[in-house]
Design a protein around this ligand. Structure first.
Ligand code: ADP
Length: 525
């Protein structure tokens, strides 16, 4: 007998009542008989976890019921979690004895979800240990993430860049469409007589009977079947889908901390390679952890931070983990000066990146950067975490030009009179009226700042209200004046940033709503 259960995995970032909660819907297939439900390509003898499981069951069966009181049934959630099979998306090298190595494309059994980011798993040989949950995906044919061609978190612009790098006729990916629950195939078409190389985006549609199609005459029960068919037949597309383009294994995503519950970093394991910047708290270095993991190390100059408060908060912040947030790996507190270790971003600060490439970035790229930030902010919003200082200077750019948010929540730990009491260093030009007048921060005050960040992006890094003093800006804002439309921003984009500057927080959209609108705009360009 086979049934399905909808499990909501909830992870709590702190144990107080105001804790941030991350929810992930996992639809788990549970096979209640021993053999049913195993895909044919995995015969039972190659699955030690199953043989062990069934051995246990066999021996239980062998007991005389009269000699032993029957065990109470397992609670449903444990049964559901018992047989989650996952496939590794990336290789993972153990960092501590408690870790288990992952090999890309191999299958593992999840034994326990210790927290949202670290799961206990067992490999085919029976080895057990902790693995990063973002390195695996549930291994079932209906989960698109097991296919190389599927990219969930990718904008239309990023898809185009990826395919242009490949530049092969028929290179393709499948990505989520702006319509919830629908998908788009993006495919590279090489230059032909009289036509430049181009990327075609085909929306995968659904018929009334629930079947998927791109070309109306060819309907399929599932997306993988549709893709497989069009890999062999163009059937209405400009080319058949020849080369799946994957990110799998190419660049390893950061893990939430180096391993489970390890937030303190041993200084002897860090190498400072070179200085790359200077911020509020002190010098920033590019460095290595255990000689091979690239990291950015922020040294905390004495007297610049309320350290004890921050260290407590760092434990919470490490559990914030998302592809559009700069990952915090841990803190070094064995001796002064303390330091913060985080994900290294090759292309540095977004504001500098924009300024250095003035005139060279297409509007599609600018919009894609805003989508990246909006996605990260939607994650913070879902977790009730307020950034408080969102601006282009606090975002960083990766080697693949993905923008990630940094310094979330950090202004709370700045010890600086100009920042705290006189307010001369407060980011006035990024702050809404309720922050300026009542110090009232919320996700909606972040939304205001996001509108200003969009303006910075579409002016390629200009200073907002460039000729005005902070006082003049406050007066202008309370009179209802707002930033002008940057000439690179079409009206549709200006409307989005303008909607973030509603006088009242309630009148502003949420990040989730903003993300939807931005995706819609990107798909129509
Ligand atoms: P603070 O927030 O303490 O004022 P910043 O985060 O602005 O300091 O860091 C100063 C500079 O150091 C940035 O402008 C950027 O160039 C560089 N930097 C900071 N963090 C990173 C990182 N994770 N990866 C790469 N460069 C970084």
């Amino acid at each position: 007998m086979i049934c399905f259960s909808d499990n909501t995995i909830q992870s709590v970032f702190c144990c107080c009542c105001c804790c941030s909660v991350q929810k992930r819907q996992v639809r788990t297939r549970i096979s209640l008989s021993e053999d049913e439900g195993l895909p044919e390509k995995y015969p039972q003898p190659t699955r030690p976890w199953f043989s062990e499981h069934s051995r246990k069951k066999q021996s239980n069966r062998g007991l005389q019921p009269s000699k032993r009181k029957p065990l109470p049934p397992l609670p449903p959630s444990e049964v559901a979690e018992e047989k989650i099979l996952v496939k590794a998306l990336y290789d993972f090298l153990p960092r501590e004895p408690c870790n288990l190595a992952l090999k890309r494309a191999e299958e593992y059994l999840i034994l326990e979800k210790c927290d949202p980011h670290w799961w206990k798993a067992r490999d085919r040989l029976g080895n057990e240990g902790l693995i990063p949950s973002n390195y695996v995906t549930e291994n079932k044919v209906t989960n698109l993430e097991i296919y190389e061609w599927y990219h969930r978190n990718i904008t239309r612009n990023q898809a185009e860049r990826l395919l242009r790098q490949e530049a092969k006729e028929g290179a393709f990916i499948v990505r989520d469409s702006r319509h919830l629950g629908s998908y788009t195939i993006s495919v590279f078409i090489r230059a032909r007589r009289g036509m430049e190389a181009t990327i075609k985006h085909y929306q995968i549609k659904r018929s009334d009977s629930g079947q998927w199609y791109v070309a109306e005459r060819h309907l399929f029960q599932s997306i993988p079947e549709l893709v497989w068919y069009h890999q062999h037949n163009a059937a209405g597309l400009m080319t058949r889908l020849r080369y799946p383009v994957g990110l799998m294994g190419s660049c390893l995503p950061p893990t939430a901390g180096f391993t489970y519950e390890k937030w303190e970093i041993d200084p002897s394991e860090l190498t400072f390679v070179k200085q790359i910047g200077h911020g509020h708290f002190g010098v920033v270095h590019f460095g290595k952890w255990r000689a091979h993991v690239q990291v950015a190390i922020k040294t905390i100059s004495e007297g610049s931070m309320s350290e004890e408060d921050f260290i407590e908060e760092a434990k919470v912040m490490m559990k914030l983990s998302h592809p559009r947030l700069v990952q915090l790996f841990g803190v070094g507190i064995q001796r002064k000066p303390f330091y913060i270790v985080m994900e290294f971003m090759d292309n540095g600060c977004l504001l500098t990146y924009l300024g250095d490439r003035r005139g060279a970035l297409r509007k599609e790229m600018l919009l894609s950067m805003c989508q990246d930030v909006c996605e990260g902010m939607a994650y913070l919003e879902r977790n009730s975490f307020i950034h408080r200082d969102l601006a282009a200077r606090n975002c960083l750019v990766s080697s693949t030009c993905v923008v990630k948010i940094s310094d979330f929540g950090m202004t709370r730990y700045v010890l600086d009179d100009e920042y705290i009491s006189s307010g001369t260093k407060l980011p006035i030009k990024w702050s809404p009226p309720e922050v300026l007048y009542f110090n009232k921060y919320s996700s909606k005050s972040d939304v205001w700042s996001f509108g200003v960040l969009m303006w910075e992006v579409f002016t390629e890094g200009k200073m907002p209200f460039e000729n005005k003093s902070n006082l003049q800006v406050m007066e202008a804002i309370s009179k209802g004046l707002r930033l002008y439309r940057p000439h690179l921003a079409p009206m549709s984009v200006y409307e989005v940033m303008y909607s973030c500057w509603h006088e009242k927080p309630k009148g502003r959209p949420t990040f989730t709503e903003l993300l939807k609108v931005l995706t819609e705009i990107a798909e129509t360009w």
